[in-house]
Design a protein around this ligand. Structure first.
Ligand code: CMC
Length: 429
């Protein structure tokens, strides 16, 4: 008997089955042969929220949640944060290898030359309420891009996919900045091809009357590092949305709109905004113990804490904590930092959090930096979505090129009524 198999005995029938184990997993379809009778559908697995189901094979991002390890294409996140740039990392995530200088220059030019958006998208922006959440504006306008680039439907054309990638990554910063400018009633500021990717975002957000906007180099670099940290995170909720929607072979703009909508939720990318609301609500250090007590009693969660995969300190949070010091040297310390540090200190010692392995995640400190840099709270999830676009596209491309993938279509355990005759309304009780 081969050792890389699993033997299953069905106690309902006494039958014995042997299924192969490959890469530490069995194929769920191999269970279908396990039946109690000829008309039995066959055994399925029940796994709400995909707690123990691999839905794809991937070569992009590796996470070891117990050890607190995160790598893109084999490169540790702290090395990328230290030595790479967001656009270089995006290239790595998308194409599998770090670019040569020539490849990087070409990639940079292509992305930066696709930052301008069609004037009609601007009109679409104008239609939103002044207090529209910028994430809602981003989700809608990124979806609308599909109508401007109908060639994006040709998802199996490699050249066209490359073009949509430049457009998507390039235009994310413009859509984000325009959403912000609309919310404060300021005229839109256009991209400047002389500036870096993050320099351009800062330019389009904060440019006033100066002829040329010059981003502060420390803040420009800090934003770039934050973008590296957020670029991909394997099969999270929004990557799963990207893959699930993309599996219908819709264009990438529509799939990214779905992924961004998934990211918007407070349990995912919306958490960074919630952290700041939480810190503001706590208000002062002496109120931290009371807040922790409530979180332990199930009255609200400690936002920015806990993770489905990390059962150790989130390696991204470690980098962010260091980065915060550099930013605060320029901007002045965010007064909420003291509350955050005290929350972390108490939570890391508290049995409730220790037992459940709840550590600060990427969202715990990122919001403090964004706020110190002058971003309003509702822009935080948008700042998460911008860099994650490269991860979403990489996940999508891997999906559509994987011959094993088909349209995503889970099964269900139907527990509702068996067939019953229709009851006319006059006879209903
Ligand atoms: N505060 C207090 N208790 C918590 C928290 C928290 N932040 N997170 C989890 N728990 C408790 C939870 O109540 C449960 O306790 P019990 O076993 O007694 O019922 C236990 O820990 C396990 O929690 P879970 O909800 O089953 O874990 P999950 O893997 O389904 O959820 C999570 C992961 C990130 C949604 C959750 O930890 C959470 O809601 N955290 C706060 C929101 C947040 O910071 N989200 C950002 C995630 S990182 C960025 C990203 O990738 O989106």
């Amino acid at each position: 008997m081969a050792s890389n198999t699993l033997t299953i005995i069905d106690n309902r029938t006494g039958k014995k089955y042997e299924v192969p184990v490959e890469n530490g997993a069995i194929r769920a379809m191999d269970l279908r042969q396990i039946k109690v009778g000829d008309d039995d559908f066959g055994l399925m697995t029940y796994d709400p929220a995909f707690m123990n189901t691999a839905a794809c094979k991937s070569k992009i991002t590796f996470i070891d949640g117990d050890k607190g390890i995160l790598r893109y294409r084999g490169y540790p996140i702290d090395q990328l944060a230290e030595q790479s740039t967001y656009l270089e990392t995006a290239y790595l995530i998308l194409y599998g290898e770090l670019p040569t200088q020539a490849q990087l220059n070409e990639w940079h030019d292509n992305v930066i030359h696709h930052t301008i958006i069609h004037e009609n998208i601007k009109k679409l922006m104008d239609g939103f309420h002044h207090d529209a959440h910028p994430m809602g504006m981003l989700v809608s306008t990124v979806a609308a891009l599909s109508t401007f680039y109908p060639d994006a439907k040709n998802i199996f054309d490699e050249e066209l996919r490359r073009k949509q990638t430049w457009r998507l990554i390039g235009k994310m910063i413009t859509l984000a900045a325009f959403a912000y400018r609309h919310s404060i009633g300021m005229p839109y500021a256009y991209p400047d091809n002389d500036l870096s990717y993050t320099g351009n975002l800062l330019n389009m957000m904060f440019k006033m009357t100066e002829v040329k906007y010059r981003p502060h180099p420390v803040l420009e670099k800090a934003l770039d590092v934050l973008f590296i940290l957020h670029a991909d995170h394997e099969q999270n909720c929004s990557a799963n949305a990207m893959r699930s929607v993309g599996s219908s072979h819709v264009d990438p703009y529509s799939a990214i709109a779905a992924a961004a909508a998934a990211l918007y939720g407070p349990l995912h990318g919306g958490a960074n905004e919630e952290v700041l609301h939480m810190l503001q609500q706590i208000g002062s250090i002496d109120r931290v113990p009371e807040f922790i007590k409530k979180a332990k009693a199930g009255e609200g969660r400690l936002m920015g804490f806990g993770h489905r995969v990390y059962k150790n300190y989130d390696p991204r949070a470690k980098v962010i904590k260091r980065l915060a010091d550099q930013v605060f040297e320029v901007t002045g310390v965010n007064p909420l930092l003291k509350i955050a540090l005290e929350l972390e200190r108490i939570a890391l010692e508290d049995e409730y959090f220790v037992k459940r392995k709840l550590y600060p995640n990427v969202d715990f400190y990122s919001g403090l930096i964004y706020q110190a840099m002058g971003f309003p709270l509702d822009m935080f999830p948008v700042l998460f979505a911008i860099p994650r676009a490269s991860g979403w596209i990489a996940q999508w491309e891997e999906l559509i090129l994987d011959p094993e993938q088909r349209i995503a279509r889970p099964r269900q355990l139907f527990l509702g009524h068996a067939e019953r005759p229709y009851v006319p309304i006059v006879k209903r009780k």
